[in-house]
Design a protein around this ligand. Structure first.
Ligand code: HEM
Length: 494
């Protein structure tokens, strides 16, 4: 009994190991500016699966193990479901969005609103629209292949705005798309760690905008104006249409139907911010995944050809893929899983602890920012052999050989954990599938050529941010046949 007592007493005060720390700055200087998740994964060797850093007196705990993350974020989710404070995001007005809120009654209300509309069943009616968005994307690529990244943004924005507000994007200068671009760019900036000093020194948020050096305050004011416009305008439009009886069915109209006059102001506020949040949380992540897919296909022609052969043998040369084909395209499914694993869109997922806690003998103090290092899970050699290789075949099922069990589906964790897990998972999964399968059916993706007609093979480089994107790269996207091009023209002109 005494031994046990000594053990627990000793570990009760043990903070998880981590790099050395300076006064005030803490271990800030050890954290690389670029893609810190790579360093955190490497630090497993000297420090283990749980690492603690102190930055400006804030505790950051990095969890490099999938099992431990499940234990904390899923099993103990009553303690681990709050979000870190982000003073800059709050100054910009994002504090009212679910993504930034603690797990309080408003957050629960917002998640409930999403749950009903974004379940597998709730997203079913949007499939026709997603199919035609994917074809419209293919058409734009056909007409202007070099701008494929813009077309990915446009396809994602159109789908999400249609689903959220029933809004149809008619042309390239759609007011809602332009406004959403402004909001998305600000969001990407404010959630980039260490981008604004006010995030490390929160008292700065009280410095007035007119003060020298307080440029961030003016940035925040502009951002807030755009954000509020983005939240208010489309919502007011839908509300008006519902009242007049001719709203296109959408997330917002479905929740307002029959309640325009009776909905309380509080409920209306939550609905408005939840609707806007769908776009804010869903677009950059989806764009990252789709851009990674293009990069992966460019670098791995064999995997691309194998998926195309699968699609051809199922559909023949005269049919474009749809959602009905999904179950019969197992290799396309493997490509999607491998893209999600190869370079996860959200490599670090941050929650905070409500109370002091203990795990594996280490103490995690209340208020610590606890980050799941998703990148470390997707590159854990005990889960995925040769993890840095892009190899969709690792996910193939082998019904004849029960000894070959595929590794875990990354979709079970790249969308987050417990009570804060991504409520858009079904929608995102459907959108990614239809974009991937349509692109593979219609196009060949290959390296761009230099002036000597030699292929330019891009480096696999990703940006640093809460959502990480492939750095800009050039590629050739050409129709696989005249017939493929004709099918897309026909489908988008009908
Ligand atoms: C492939 C694309 C996507 C990826 C990889 C992704 C990933 C994630 C991750 C990792 C989180 C944090 C989970 C956590 O803290 O444990 C999250 C949260 C969230 N996602 Fe997604 N997401 C994607 C698409 C979408 C879409 C399309 C929507 C909207 C329909 C969406 C809506 C949200 C919202 C609202 C939250 C905040 C939930 C909360 O704080 O309680 N996401 N997502």
């Amino acid at each position: 009994h005494r031994l046990w007592h000594d053990y627990s007493e000793k570990h009760k005060h043990t903070r998880p190991p981590g790099p050395s720390s300076l006064p005030i700055l803490g271990s800030a200087l050890h954290i690389p500016k670029e893609r810190p998740w790579l360093a955190f994964a490497r630090w497993q060797k000297p420090f283990g699966e749980i690492i603690q850093l102190t930055v400006f007196s804030r505790n950051l705990v990095v969890i490099n193990s999938y099992q431990l993350t499940m234990e904390l974020f899923d099993k103990r989710s009553a303690l681990y479901s709050d979000r870190p404070r982000r003073p800059m995001a709050e100054l910009c007005g994002f504090g009212s969005a679910l993504l930034f809120q603690n797990y309080n009654s408003t957050a629960r209300q917002a998640r409930k609103l999403m749950h009903s509309e974004l379940s597998v069943k709730g997203t079913q009616p949007h499939r026709v629209l997603q199919e035609s968005e994917a074809r419209a994307f293919a058409r734009r690529v056909l007409d202007d292949p070099a701008s494929f990244r813009d077309h990915l943004r446009r396809a994602t924005a159109s789908s999400l705005l249609a689903i959220t507000y029933g809004h149809t994007v008619e042309n390239d200068d759609d007011h809602l798309v332009s406004l959403s671009e402004l909001v998305m760019n600000s969001l990407a900036e404010v959630i980039t760690p260490n981008r604004f000093l006010v995030d490390s020194l929160p008292f700065l948020k009280y410095v007035p905008a007119s003060f020298p050096g307080a440029a961030f305050q003016r940035t925040a004011q502009t951002c807030k104006r755009n954000l509020y416009k983005f939240m208010d305008l489309p919502f007011a439009e839908v509300k008006k249409k519902v009242a007049e009886g001719f709203a296109t069915p959408s997330f917002t109209s479905n929740h307002l139907q029959g309640r325009v006059d009776s909905i309380s102001q509080q409920e209306e506020e939550v609905l408005k911010w939840t609707a806007g949040g769908i776009f804010a949380a869903g677009s950059d992540t989806t764009i990252s995944v789709l851009t990674s897919f293009i990069l992966a296909m460019l670098l791995h022609p064999k995997a691309q050809a194998k998926a195309q052969a699968e699609i051809d043998s199922l559909l023949g040369p005269n049919t474009l893929p749809t959602f009905h084909d999904r179950e019969r395209l197992p290799y396309v499914e493997c490509i999607i899983k491998e893209v999600l694993r190869w370079n996860p869109a959200a490599p670090l997922v941050a929650h905070t602890t409500r109370m002091d806690d203990e795990i594996n003998g280490y103490r995690i103090k209340a208020g610590s920012v606890v980050m799941a290092n998703i990148w470390a899970f997707t590159h854990d050699p005990s889960m995925y052999s040769s993890p840095s290789e892009f190899n969709p075949d690792r996910f193939m099922h082998h019904p004849d050989d029960p000894t070959r069990i595929p590794p875990p589906d990354p979709r079970s964790y790249v969308f987050g954990f417990g009570r804060r897990s991504c409520p858009g998972i079904n929608l995102a999964d459907a959108l990614v599938y239809i974009m991937v399968v349509t692109t593979l059916a219609v196009f060949d993706i290959s390296p761009a050529l230099d002036e000597n007609q030699m292929p330019i093979i891009p480096e696999v480089e990703y940006s640093t941010g809460a959502v990480s994107h492939p750095r800009p790269f050039r590629c050739n996207i050409t129709p696989r046949s005249q017939n493929a091009a004709m099918m897309i023209k026909y489908a988008t002109e009908a």
